[in-house]
Each structure stands twice: as structure tokens, then as C-alpha cells.
Write a protein that binds this ligand. Structure first.
Ligand code: BEZ
Length: 219
């Protein structure tokens, strides 16, 4: 841990699923960002440990590759690290020059760690000066709907990020749940009945059921 950096209590109260996403104003390489300006749209806010590092670079290329898919789903993508605006600008230019990939989304320069601390992105036992790999899925009402944390060493899986967004949007639209390994087009889970009478009726309702509490349907 870096000497002189007070970390007592950091990361001890992580934001939780269902809570309102803490609002913030921050500087990014594409101008100032206020989270509440995105109300009405889905937001994926993700942090990475540091610019100009290998795993993060592969992730940025991968995020750029799914950017169009996110846009189709009306999702805004916002990156963040504890690096300066100048570092972000230089890194984005480097990725474009050396890897021929444009990074189309903003990256917050969280030098004072204001946003990272708010979102529990700093896990001092991993690093007290860099954010871990976190992903916050924030819905159009500004609620946190899913959170993923990965360590420094493990690059994230973009298919899973798209799958989580697809699941959340499907759940909201159809009042269903999605099973393990679900992907769009697969059957979804009908919410289990919550009364004795409902349980007795469930097997006669025309769903594909293993038993009264595990029924699926095609959308
Ligand atoms: C990386 O992105 O390669 C990385 C960043 C921080 C620590 C370790 C690896």
C-alpha cells in the first residue's frame, strides 16, 4: 500500500444492486460528465486500473468493438480510471495509431478518486492507487441493476456484458427472469406462483415446466 494514502474504510461500503446510482460530475477526455444527465437511458459505467497497460488495452479494444451493439440497446458507455485527461488522450491516440481502433466513449479522469471511492472501485488490498475492473449497469431510472468486479489480472468478457444488458432489458420488458447461460432467443423463466392456488394452477397454464416453480416460456 502506498505510504501516506489514507485508505481506512475504503471499499467497505460498496454500492448495492437496487440502490440509486450515486450522482457525480466529473471530467472526461470528451468533456464534463454528470451521471444524472443520462436519466432515461441505460448506462454502463466501468473502471479500469490504468492507461497504457496491456490487459486494459485489450479491454478498450473489446469495448470499442461492442460499442455499436450497446448503442443499438440505447446504452451509454463511460470508462473511468485514476489517470489524467492527458493520459487518456494520449492512450486513446496510441490505440488508434498502433491498433487502428477508435475509442468512441468518454473516459473519466478520476485523479481525486471522488467517483471511484463513491462506487467502491478501489479495493485497497488489490491496489490503493488504482481502480479494480468494475462494471456498473445503471437503468434509465438511475438504479444500479447489476455489478461485476474483476481483479487486475483478468480481462472482462464482452459477451457477458452484452448478455447482462440483454437480460435486464428483457426482464423489464416482459416481467420474467432469465436462466443460467441464457442468451436472447432462449426461453425465459415465468415468475413462480406465490400462492397455493397459483401453484396448483401453474402446471395447467401451458408453460414448459419441470415442476410448478420452474416453468419457462418462449417470448
Ligand atoms: C493491465 O491492464 O495489464 C494491468 C493493469 C494493472 C495491473 C496489472 C495489469
Amino acid at each position: 500500500m502506498k505510504e501516506g494514502v489514507p485508505t481506512e474504510g475504503w471499499g467497505r461500503s460498496l454500492p448495492q444492486i437496487g440502490q440509486e446510482a450515486p450522482d457525480f460530475e466529473a471530467k472526461s477526455n470528451r468533456g464534463d460528465i454528470r451521471l444524472s444527465d443520462f436519466r432515461g437511458r441505460w448506462v454502463i459505467l466501468f473502471s479500469h486500473p490504468a492507461d497504457f497497460t496491456p490487459v486494459c488495452t485489450t479491454e478498450f479494444i473489446a469495448f470499442a468493438e461492442i460499442y455499436g451493439e450497446l448503442k443499438k440497446r440505447d446504452v451509454e458507455l463511460i470508462g473511468l480510471s485514476i489517470d489524467s485527461i492527458y493520459s487518456h488522450i494520449a492512450w486513446v491516440r496510441n490505440i488508434e495509431e498502433k491498433m487502428k481502433v477508435k475509442i468512441p466513449f468518454p473516459i473519466i479522469a478520476d485523479l481525486d478518486m471522488k467517483v471511484s471511492r463513491m462506487y467502491g472501485m478501489i479495493h485497497p488490498e488489490e491496489s490503493s492507487t488504482a481502480s479494480v475492473r468494475s462494471v456498473f449497469f445503471i437503468d434509465p431510472e438511475g438504479k444500479i441493476r447489476a455489478i461485476i468486479y474483476y481483479p487486475m489480472s483478468t480481462g472482462r468478457n464482452m459477451s457477458e456484458i452484452l448478455r447482462v444488458i440483454d437480460s435486464l432489458q428483457t426482464v423489464d420488458k416482459h416481467n420474467v427472469a432469465t436462466p443460467a447461460n441464457w442468451k436472447p432467443g432462449d426461453p425465459v423463466i415465468v415468475p413462480p406462483p406465490i400462492t397455493q392456488e397459483g401453484a396448483e394452477k401453474r402446471l395447467r397454464e401451458g408453460y414448459e415446466c419441470k415442476d410448478w416453480y420452474l416453468c419457462k416460456k418462449k417470448l
